[in-house]
Design a protein around this ligand. Structure first.
Ligand SMILES: *[C@@H]1O[C@H](CO)[C@@H](O)[C@H](O)[C@H]1NC(C)=O
Ligand SMILES: *[C@@H]1O[C@H](CO)[C@@H](O)[C@H](O)[C@H]1NC(C)=O
Length: 246
């Protein structure tokens, strides 16, 4: 009776280990086998120190009251979105990817690090994750403009002095294709273009904003490719210009 019980327990343990190995191996194979509608990925961008980082901003506005829709504070929602965004990028890519998170709260990096810690080494080792305090000039009157820290993205060229280019993303993005596809768009820039952005669809009209915007619809800064080298070398003073517009 005793030995029968013991063999059942041992069998259960072996099955669990097999199941775990099987899932793990499938996971890796699956990752290696993915192709994306015949689009070849040129990962030159990913290979060196100067490859464009993916830049996120998370600011804790100090509000502790959960929002109705999510039962989470805005800050908690942003942290959760960030986890999903990073996971989707890593899961769809085979290359090293650098994420730089700007924020105003020291708990951000440990929270994300704890989230990625249990990932398979093969995925986690490709992720370069770092945190910087959100950057803005002393007594800049725009820091709380629109939403806490939202205007800080207007200063990325100074906040990332060692990079030639970067991709800024709002945290509510999820990758459906490898991030390399996004980086490939730098090749569509001519030799003067500084930003790659999409038109905003109706936002400015819907909210009747009073400040000037580009073209008929304005541009969305939720996703922004930028050549930081050119941004730093614009032929006019960026900060007074931006401050005067708003
Ligand atoms: C990838 O892009 C780089 C830079 O544009 C180019 O020199 C290289 O030949 C490309 N590699 C492939 C395999 O297309
Ligand atoms: C950004 O602009 C500089 C100066 O024009 C150029 O040398 C560099 O290759 C550009 N970077 C990208 C990623 O296109």
């Amino acid at each position: 009776m005793q030995s029968k019980k013991r063999s059942v327990v041992i069998a259960a343990i072996i099955l669990t280990i097999l199941y775990w190995m099987f899932t793990y191996v499938l996971f890796i194979n699956h990752e290696a086998d993915e192709t994306y509608a015949g689009v070849s990925i040129n990962s030159t961008y990913m290979d060196n120190e100067r490859s464009p980082p993916l830049v996120l901003m998370i600011c804790n506005d100090g509000n502790r009251i959960p929002e109705k829709e999510t039962a989470m504070t805005k800050f908690e929602t942003q942290l959760r979105q960030t986890k999903v965004l990073i996971k989707s990028a890593m899961r769809l890519s085979h290359s090293p990817i650098r994420f730089i998170i700007f924020g105003n709260d020291d708990t951000i990096l440990p929270t994300i690090e704890a989230y990625v810690a249990p990932w398979p080494d093969q995925m986690r080792e490709r992720l370069a994750l770092s945190y910087r305090s959100v950057f803005y000039p002393n007594s800049w009157n725009l820091i709380d403009f629109y939403e806490k820290c939202a205007a800080a993205r207007l200063l990325l060229h100074w906040a990332l002095p060692e990079f030639d280019s970067a991709i800024y993303l709002d945290t509510d993005h999820v990758f459906m294709r490898p991030p390399e596809h996004l980086m490939e768009h730098f090749k569509n820039f001519d030799d003067k273009q500084v930003f790659g952005m999409a038109p905003a669809h109706g936002y400015y009209q819907a909210y009747n904003v009073e400040f000037p915007y580009y073209g008929k619809k304005g541009l969305s800064d939720a996703l922004m490719l930028t050549n930081l080298t050119r941004w730093r070398n614009l032929p006019f003073d960026w900060l007074p210009m931006v401050t005067s517009v708003v």
